[in-house]
Design a protein around this ligand. Structure first.
Ligand code: ADE
Length: 410
């Protein structure tokens, strides 16, 4: 269904009103026009906060093109608003995988100067289609999964242009991965099911920054949270944070809800489905829809039916039912509205500054994966403090001298 332009404008305006850091950067871009004459191709989750980023970069002089980073994450109303504003947008909620691929291809056909990627699908396409960088000055990447793919290209000596790893910048992962994924995952599950979290045994698979966020929000709502891990250090961290830790086969037997946040594949699979309690909810908050094995789920089910929007019931031969939320895709976007606006303000402020950095310096940067320059991270942190009512102390002269004495090795 085509989006509603009036609602789209309202949604984008609401997002922009609550994104003061990006707003400040946009106002500077309007004056400095750092992207004049450049094309910026973005593959991102197309919704209102992403629209605010696209429009900020457009305000800096770029011809911005946008395609969906996931078939279920699009907000059609925001697409209508973006199209009206002159951003060529290839995204429809519920699009087929073929349509999704066509959108990503259109981003390459636009012959971009800068790429903004989520999951490295566009960068991967450049590397399969081309042997040179074309006009690409560089790309930015905001997911753990995408950075893993970029590092593999770098290691193989095949990376065609510099890439900025936005994901690992403190101002991204400490907030977006933890508080963003934490709140929006729970939000998506609750919106889809209208069920209570308090008192449920909720199993969180994976205790990276996203898993930590999901576990802590579920605990805050009164769940009995169990963590599963394959990494001994993360497992111990989860234990000391107060969670029970156990293998998935044990956790699956007691779970009322399982949320996967691992970045891996087949985390919940046939042996686990066989021991689930009747009515267990299954949701994925990892980038790809491979963490909960759909082939295994379909293989052992005797029937399946959609019982609510974004909730599919799988019935097993012995009568037990499991409920898959959001098709096993990113539940916060498939069934919810994505990360809270203030969180995307921080992440997209970093993206906007990283795009500017590539536009200005990409052609002279090494073809490797670069961290976000520390000064950009600090600029975003400083700009975010006052809207959040946070004030801090300045270092005294004595403290500065003390720090300098250590820095000098004395
Ligand atoms: N909204 C826009 N981009 C998003 C992302 N990467 N994760 C969650 N919500 C988003």
């Amino acid at each position: 269904m085509p989006g509603d332009l009036h609602r789209g404008r309202q949604k984008v305006s609401w997002a922009e009103t609550h994104m003061p850091v990006l707003g400040g950067i946009r106002r500077r871009f309007e004056v400095e026009r750092p992207f004049k004459g450049l094309t910026v191709s973005m593959v991102l989750h197309v919704e209102s906060k992403t629209a605010a980023l696209a429009l900020a970069v457009q305000a800096g002089g770029a011809d911005v093109r946008l395609a969906a980073g996931n078939p279920l994450s699009t907000d059609d109303d925001s697409v209508a608003a973006l199209t009206e504003a002159g951003v060529e947008t290839h995204a429809v909620k519920g699009e087929t995988v073929a349509e999704y691929r066509t959108g990503v291809e259109a981003m390459l056909e636009a012959d971009p100067d800068v790429i903004v990627d989520d999951g490295a699908d566009l960068v991967a396409l450049v590397h399969t289609r081309r042997h040179d960088r074309g006009r690409v000055r560089g790309s930015t990447e905001e997911t753990t999964t995408g950075v893993t793919r970029l590092r593999a290209l770098e290691k193989a000596g095949k990376l065609l242009f510099p890439a900025i790893d936005v994901n690992d910048a403190p101002m991204k992962h400490l907030f977006d991965n933890r508080y963003g994924t934490g709140q929006s995952t729970v939000d998506g599950i609750v919106a889809a099911t209208n069920l209570l979290i308090a008192g449920k045994v909720c199993v969180v698979a994976g205790y990276g920054w996203c898993g930590k966020g999901v576990a802590s929000r579920l605990k805050g709502l009164g769940a009995d949270v169990v963590v599963t891990e394959i990494d001994p250090i993360a497992a111990l961290e989860a234990r000391m944070d107060g969670f029970r830790v156990m293998p998935m086969l044990d956790a699956a037997r007691i779970a009322d809800l399982i949320v996967t946040v691992t970045g891996s594949v087949g985390v919940v699979r046939e042996p686990h489905f066989k021991v689930l309690k009747d009515g267990c909810l299954l949701a994925n908050a990892g980038h790809f829809d491979v963490e909960i094995s759909r082939p295994d789920l379909e293989g052992i089910s005797v029937s399946r039916s959609v019982v609510r929007p974004q909730v599919e019931e799988y019935r097993f031969a012995d009568g037990r039912r499991a409920y898959l939320i959001g098709d096993g895709r990113l539940v916060n976007l498939a069934a919810g509205q994505g990360h809270p606006v203030e969180i995307m303000d921080l992440s997209f402020a970093l993206q906007a500054l990283s795009v500017e950095h590539l536009a200005r310096h990409g052609l002279s940067m090494d073809r490797k994966v670069h961290p976000v320059p520390t000064e950009l991270d600090l600029a975003v942190a400083k700009a975010a403090m006052s809207p959040m009512g946070v004030r801090i102390d300045d270092r005294t002269e004595a403290q500065a001298r003390y720090a300098a004495s250590w820095e000098g090795g004395t």
